[in-house]
Design a binder for this molecule. Sequence first.
Ligand code: TXA
Ligand code: MG
Length: 339
Amino acid sequence: MGAEILPSSGVSIQLVVDALRSGEVVALPTETVYGLAAIISDDVALRRIFEVKARPFVDPLIVHVLDLSSLLNLVQISDDLFNGVYRLVDAFCPGPLTFLLKKRKSVSDIITAGKKTVAVRLPAHTIFREVLRQSGPLAAPSANPFGYLSPTCAAHVSASIGDKIPYILDGGTCTIGLESTILDLTGKHFAILRPGAITAEMIEDVLGKKIVPYRPLVSADPSAPGMLKQHYSPRTRLRLFEQSPEVEIPHFQENRALKTAILYLSREEAQSRKIINEEKATVFWLSENGNLNEIAHNIFDLLQRLDNMNFDAIYCQIPQKIDIGIAINDRLIRAAAKF
Ligand code: TXA
Ligand code: MG
């Protein structure tokens, strides 16, 4: 039997909180992507998260908390560092920013994969916050099988891991659509480990100092978490281009007999490409006018829909590396890495 998709209501929240308290893992909506949650003090449930996702135990989880004081219960920080964290929480939280800090002993090694650091964030979605208010802190990675595209609606979760969990709480489509920014505050200089909606510039503006921008350190080693070269991948072969698939994608011309999807950043761009339409390729677009937030919101959903349409290949245009475009680029490059 598949997971029950619960409509957002007080009754559903109660049902989900009871399930969490009895040791189940459940899928919950956040403003970034759907998460697969368990109570942080329940090691059996935490292990179950890894099982459901088929995720290696060396890849640590993010803890979700309601407020700054709950965050402080999990981490050890100096007064100096507290100042920075306080300002960032004040500016961006609840929201899509994850803090990597030195953990307290009480934080389970299953969550941190034995590391001395823990990743914590304050999610903004009202439903997730209501659950947190009743359940206490929850560990939650994205609710997708390890390595696959992240889920941005209840149907994505249902289609991929629905047979392994009891409930999916439906909170609609995730407004942002890409995972949170991860900021490492454990080193001498703060560093972005994963780009997201909160950019390095936004963080620098609040802190009044430079931080280390995102550097895509790719590795095939799963003990270098968050840096896996291949990640977020569809099953269908994915290739990327900047301006023109004809010019940039090898064998594009020869492959015209194949059933391909071409994904442009905007409707305008797609519609000015009528020649391609006459071939076997079908043209899609990620936004009306190329707005980066709209592209981020749509990217995982569109890739998942195309992945279920039996295309031989998907060709996707990549956006400029500015603002949330940096995060979109990162996800697309990893998604295409295995092909
Ligand atoms: O937006 C998000 O952050 C979503 C929603 C559900 O909150 N969560 C999410 O979790 O993206 P997950 O597990 O799919 O990605 C968390 C990333 C992983 O790459 C993991 O390796 C990294 O955070 N991470 C977690 N704890 C870490 C730690 N102690 N040191 C280094 N990396 C860590
Ligand atoms: Mg993930």
